[in-house]
Design a protein around this ligand. Sequence first.
Ligand code: PD2
Ligand code: ZN
Length: 285
Amino acid sequence: MSESQAITPELRAWIIEQASAGHTPDVVLKSMQASGWNEDSAIEALEQTLTSHLDERAGRAAAVPPPVKVPEPLPHGTRTTLWAGDREVTVLASLNAPRVVVFGGLLSHDECDDMIALARSRLVRSETVQTDTGASEVNEARTSQGMFFARGEHVLCGRVEARMSALLGWPVENGEGLQILRYGPGAQYKPHYDYFDPEQAGTPAILKRGGQRVASLVCYLNTPTQGGATVFPDVQLEVAPVKGNAVFFSYDRPHPVTRTLHGGAPVIEGEKWVATKWLREGRFE
Ligand code: PD2
Ligand code: ZN
């Protein structure tokens, strides 16, 4: 789920379009304010977008940050099965660049059903940014609904988190609480990176709690009738959403060189439920 006034690729494209059409920053700012943006956030979004756009046009690439240690589920090379503390998990596929591993049977079907039952009454609609105005709003047909569990909130969350930690060799304390998302027909998650953009003004404050995100584990809680794959456009990889399975990917620096651009393809028929675990560099307390 994105923050309500984050600079999404759509908003960035809209701001650049407005500037290229000759609208002054003041006019663009007024338009954003008229559609619900607060002045400070709008100014910040405009400054960042236009500065980085000018840098790109001048060939001044943002520096690639140094790599950090990330979770690695297959430190000794490819295996067909892995012991995850209380359950054997199958390795269905892996890729090195981006680092992606697809797991079979990470969760039992009962665990998937129980997770959905615990989350259902707490779902709230996720917000998207409208591309024509830059306004943050809920778009019923296209968005997912979501909620966060606190880490260890239920016995089930604690058990699953311990299993993920054993599977990935990464401390439970370095994980965020599980995020549950439900997509209805037509809903999708547009391609994005899960790390926090170092260019965004709000990022240093976010990083105080646990540092950067370094990996994601998206678990499928049901099998949609049609659609809803997790896609990695840079390498044209599509991971089929199958109940109990999961896709892991890591990013050793907050930069597109990791090739971890990914999205949730539209659900065509049925619904799609996922539980996402994000792993941080440090303790997320
Ligand atoms: O539901 C997905 O397939 C998906 C795709 C992209 C989930 C996430 N990102 C996420 O939770 O970050
Ligand atoms: Zn994501």
